[in-house]
Design a protein around this ligand. Structure first.
Ligand SMILES: NC(=O)c1ccc[n+]([C@@H]2O[C@H](COP(=O)([O-])OP(=O)(O)OC[C@H]3O[C@@H](n4cnc5c(N)ncnc54)[C@H](OP(=O)(O)O)[C@@H]3O)[C@@H](O)[C@H]2O)c1
Length: 310
């Protein structure tokens, strides 16, 4: 073998080894690990009840169904009483879980939290899913948003205040019992550019930042806060009717998201339900977003909290 071919073979081997060194841990961390190995968080052990906001459709309804199937009783919170009753019946007929409903409109100011507080009084709430959220009817320039003052106030009430208020109501019980899971639904638009949805994106960035820091504050007290950043999911909000290659349906999305609720020590700080839409966004946008954003997926958990639960 000539010196030249020897050098080129060595170079090819080095490149292949480098690729394997990068690819195998990535595949393990993002695909195989969460699905097949390691400690999972048993939501039943967190507490008998889960509270889900925005539970009558889309991602929230999918969380309610999935948690009920895991044997957790569910409190469904949404705006329309008839839809709440229908979803409650659906869940009861598909599982043995108890179901409570609370009808409130999250754009209606702080008074609604008194009703929620009464509705969940005495329940051992181990899981809170802060899912409710709203956006503009259509993407729009900030100054051209129709009925801007009201809409922006509503979006902020619904997307931000609901999260902090619900945490305030539910967390004291979790801290007392030294365990609990809070799942906050942010959005990919929190970390990638979202022009024409600037206020929506900013509210979701709040949810993400709040979740990460809250997790750090309370992980030593046994509470895990997960920030979930969906890309497109086929729901009413996205106006995508059917599951596509780029947009999973909400049941499949939530099933995947729940598998990421695992120990950080085992898999590293940030995991992601693997969907093409998110991968594409992150491959296409790195130059605009910066490399760190490629890694800011979901969820955020800390070593201390998860080790104790595992
Ligand atoms: N779908 C996506 O592609 C996507 C992507 C990223 C992030 N997200 C986030 O995921 C979360 C859920 O979105 P989704 O797509 O599942 O939405 P969805 O299918 O439109 O469902 C929204 C749910 O929230 C309830 N809701 C809406 N406004 C409310 C209010 N003011 N007060 C009380 N309940 C209210 C709705 O109740 P009613 O049935 O009574 O209207 C419904 O149960 C949101 O936070 C959203 O920002 C979604």
């Amino acid at each position: 073998m000539s010196v030249c071919s020897c050098i080129s073979t060595t170079c090819v081997v080095i490149v292949i080894l480098q690729i394997i060194k990068t690819l195998v841990p990535w595949l393990y961390k993002n695909l195989l690990g969460p699905k097949f190995f390691g400690p999972k968080i048993d939501v039943r052990r967190m507490g008998q009840w889960a509270v889900i906001t925005g539970a009558t459709d889309g991602i929230g309804k999918a969380y309610a169904k999935a948690l009920a199937k895991k044997g957790v009783n569910v409190v469904l919170i949404s705006r329309s009483k008839d839809k709440l009753e229908k979803v409650a019946e659906e869940i009861k007929s598909a599982s043995s879980a108890q179901v409570k409903i609370i009808d409130v409109d999250f754009t209606q100011g702080p008074e609604i939290y008194d009703k929620i507080e009464k509705g969940i009084a005495g329940l051992e709430v181990g899981t809170l899913v802060n899912n409710v959220g709203m956006s503009y009817a259509n993407p729009e320039f900030f100054l051209s948003i129709q009925d801007r003052d009201k809409l922006l106030r509503d979006i902020i009430e619904c997307n931000i205040h609901s999260v902090t208020h619900m945490c305030k109501l539910v967390m004291p019980g979790m801290v007392e019992r030294k365990k609990g899971v809070i799942i906050n639904i942010s959005s990919l638009s929190a970390v990638v550019p979202s022009p024409l949805l600037s206020v929506y994106g900013a509210t979701k960035a709040f949810v993400d930042k709040f979740s990460v820091d809250l997790n750090t504050e309370y992980s030593s007290q046994g509470i895990i806060v997960q920030s979930v950043l969906p890309g497109y999911v086929a729901t009413n909000m996205s106006k995508i009717r059917k599951e596509t290659f780029l947009a999973p349906n909400s049941d499949n999305y939530v099933a995947s998201a729940l598998t990421t609720l695992v120990a950080l020590k085992f898999y590293g700080p940030k995991l992601n339900p693997l969907y093409h839409s998110e991968i594409l966004s992150r491959c296409v946008l790195p130059d605009i977003c910066g490399r760190d954003n490629l890694l800011r997926l979901v969820p955020h958990e800390t070593v201390e909290a998860t080790t104790r639960i595992a």
